[in-house]
Design a protein. Structure first.
Ligand SMILES: Nc1ncnc2c1ncn2[C@@H]1O[C@H](COP(=O)(O)OP(=O)(O)OP(=O)(O)O)[C@@H](O)[C@H]1O
Ligand SMILES: [Mg+2]
Length: 280
């Protein structure tokens, strides 16, 4: 696997003086599935906006597929890295939902037939096909987020960044989005997910990056991070059910095994009952 994204000593200061990123170092490899978590204002969205060159470093370097984002255009980067933003409202500019999705495909020079096929496919996938002729601005906020997702996925970039995709989605669509992210990952796409949905992270992601006050305070396996008291407090993370249960049980054996899912907890408990130190 090659390097998809490389961030070296990245600092970002907004024009109003807010220091949003304070020396970020990060490497994301091709095909990796990475979750970024942290409290409001930690700098998560600011960080990912550097990945397609929308924001340029105040100091430090960001390279995407080896290219310095300061030395290329957002349009060039966008072909290989698609970002589904947290607040898509400000991104829409087409009069119709259909045109919004077709826009990037046209720009990238896809043939007319392919465009028709792809737009139809993603609009159906995200339950937006019936709204094809409506203005994006008449959609509900949940539908708008799905439209933003459809617009990116239609042109099939190699890296896909999702900023809080499941917020504001009903249960049906939340599950659908989660399934779709799994599918993309199984196809070898590089997935970067900014989220507060720790349960999904625990089930699906083997790398978790925790941000707080413009810094990365942890980067590693969810199992280690979610059982680290200091990190949890610093990042004010809401613990998923199983680690919470284990923590309050104060059973040393369970604490040592760090189960994350119901299955892992069951195996550990059976281990206690059998007295063989059950493995997760
Ligand atoms: N356009 C802006 N101008 C000035 N300051 C900004 C701007 N956008 C964000 N900030 C500030 O930068 C810091 C990081 O914001 P950012 O949006 O990256 O946080 P976040 O981790 O994505 O938070 P959330 O979980 O609420 O989405 C915050 O202090 C925020 O107030
Ligand atoms: Mg954000």
């Amino acid at each position: 696997m090659g390097e998809a994204i490389e961030v070296r000593n990245l600092w970002y200061i907004y024009p109003n003086g807010v220091v949003a990123l304070k020396g970020i170092n990060l490497e994301i490899r091709l095909g990796e599935k990475v979750a970024i978590v942290g409290p409001n204002g930690a700098g998560k969205s600011t960080l990912i906006k550097h990945f397609n060159g929308l924001l340029k470093p105040t100091k430090g370097v960001v390279r995407v597929f080896g290219v310095d984002t300061r030395k290329t255009t957002v349009a060039t980067l966008a072909r290989r890295i698609g970002i589904v933003f947290q607040n898509p409202y400000h991104q829409f500019f087409s009069e119709k939902v259909w045109d919004e999705v077709a826009f990037a495909l046209k720009n990238f020079g896809f043939p007319e037939e392919t465009i028709r096929h792809r737009v139809t496919k993603v609009l159906r996938l995200f339950d937006l096909y019936d709204y094809a002729d409506r203005s994006p601005f008449t959609l509900s906020s949940g539908e708008m987020r799905r439209l933003a997702m459809a617009s990116i996925l239609a042109y099939d970039p190699d890296i896909i960044v999702f900023d809080e995709p499941t917020v504001g989605q009903d249960r049906f669509h939340k599950e659908k989005i989660r399934e779709y992210i799994k599918l993309l990952s199984s196809q070898g796409k590089t997935i970067i997910l900014v989220t507060h949905d720790i349960d999904f992270v625990v089930e699906e992601f083997d790398r978790l990056i925790v941000m707080s006050e413009g810094r990365i305070i942890a980067d590693g396996a969810p199992r280690e991070i979610l059982y680290n008291e200091e990190i949890l407090t610093k990042a004010s993370l809401i613990l998923p059910q199983i680690p919470r249960l284990v923590k309050y049980s104060e059973i040393p054996f369970l604490l040592k095994h760090k189960p994350l899912t119901e299955d892992e907890l069951l195996i550990a408990v059976l281990g206690i009952l059998r007295g063989d130190g059950g493995r997760c």
